[in-house]
Ligand binder design. Structure first.
Ligand SMILES: *Cc1c(COP(=O)(O)O)cnc(C)c1O
Length: 387
């Protein structure tokens, strides 16, 4: 059985992880070398020449990522935004247009609007769950990329990947899915028709809040060649230690996501009963407008929950600043629970734009702790709301 035909967790543990032939070391060694000895000029061993172009530790991670997303090629970068930047530069040119979700990750919008906009790449933010609106925006411009996050951050909207791929392809555009929130354990967009998957591997894939990284995965050789060229020519590659830590985290993705999803479901159901709460945005709740679609295209519903409070901004801020097990911090997807107040933290860069996040909203990244402790922590934090 080849590693690529095996089940998800078997692939996570074994893809790109053959033992080292000389010593039998079960964990492949971490290669720090920036350059490689040549057997005569141009006599490369196994294609290795220079660290920006190739590194065995990075290659192992890339093989593991491709195997888990069901792609043929993966590329590992120094951050999620570095991956996004290289991807867009590989496939779009001045005059091209990007249609993206109107609740895209703030940093993605900032990159597309404020950096790449200056280089002549236009954009239109739209509600991705409204396919007619997407088709209209795509048709109105020379659209090269349709860019979606599902579940989206932090509004937790669910978009039909298969239907969106048709809209993009009918217009000759590529569908890019930012799969950071779901991870390949819960959702594999390439199998649903997407052309490209991007990740902030800083989040669930690394999983331990100890490494920043990004990735691109594709299933097409021509596209892979373009992206590989930019990865090499621009050079925003992940370093060997980062790649090693990411691989180590990725091996346990399946067991972690099961626990994240289980904890988040229980927390979301508990929050729904609280009188202080105006809305709980979690696709695992039957009341969520994307519940059925999520149940169809995702294996489980993941670890992220957004909550809106009746007491408005003051109540949301009070809860965000009162938890003890949930740590108030940017980022998500680690084994420890994190609390975020998006409008001033992760999404401060879109304040005042149409992507702005409601001020009565907090975002929870439910970790793998005991769920009773998470609920007790939220109970005491919500108890601090004074109306
Ligand atoms: C964090 C994040 C990014 C950006 O990734 P970095 O690793 O921080 O550069 C992109 N998309 C989503 C959904 C994210 O959460």
């Amino acid at each position: 059985m080849s590693a690529n035909e095996a089940g998800f967790n078997t692939r996570a543990v074994h893809a790109g992880q053959a033992f080292e032939p000389r010593t039998g070391a079960v964990v492949p060694p971490l290669h720090f070398s920036s350059t490689y000895a040549q057997d005569g000029i141009g006599g490369l061993r196994d294609g290795y020449e220079y660290g920006r172009g190739g590194n065995p530790t990075r290659d192992a991670l890339q093989e593991q990522l491709a195997a888990l997303e069901g792609g043929t090629h993966a590329f590992s970068f120094s951050s999620g935004l570095a991956a996004e930047d290289s991807l867009i530069r590989a496939v779009a040119r001045p005059g091209d247009h990007i249609v993206l979700g109107n609740d895209a990750y703030g940093g993605t919008y900032r990159l597309i609007n404020r950096v790449l906009g200056e280089w002549g790449i236009g954009n239109t933010p739209v509600d991705m769950s409204n396919l007619d609106a997407v088709a209209a925006a795509v048709a109105a411009n020379k659209t090269r990329i349709v860019w979606v996050e599902t579940p989206s951050n932090p509004m937790m909207k669910i978009t039909d990947i298969e239907a969106l791929a048709k809209v993009a392809h009918d217009a000759g555009a590529l569908l890019v899915v930012d799969n950071t929130f779901a991870s390949p354990y819960l959702q594999t967009p390439l199998a649903l028709g997407a052309d490209v998957v991007v990740h902030s591997t800083t989040k669930y894939i690394g999983g331990h809040s100890d490494v920043v990284g990004g990735a691109i995965v594709v299933k097409d050789a021509e596209l892979a060649e373009k992206i590989g060229f930019v990865q090499f020519a621009v050079g925003a590659v992940s370093g060997p230690m980062d790649a090693f830590l990411t691989t180590r985290g990725l091996k346990t993705l399946g067991v972690r996501m099961d626990r994240h999803s289980e904890n988040a479901q229980a927390v979301a159901e508990w929050l729904l009963e609280r009188p202080e709460v105006e809305a709980v945005l979690y696709p695992g709740l039957p009341s969520h407008p994307g519940h059925e679609l999520a149940a169809k295209q995702m294996k489980k519903f993941g670890g992220m929950i957004s909550v809106q409070f009746k007491g408005g901004e003051a109540a949301a801020r009070k809860v965000a600043e009162s938890t003890q097990v949930f740590t108030l911090a940017e980022s998500l997807g680690g084994i420890e629970s994190l609390m975020n107040y998006p409008s001033e933290m992760t999404h401060a860069s879109v304040k005042g734009t149409e992507l702005a996040v409601p001020v009565n909203l907090i975002r929870l990244s439910c970790g793998i702790e005991d769920v009773e402790d998470l609920i007790a922590d939220l109970e005491q934090a919500i108890g601090n709301i004074t109306d």
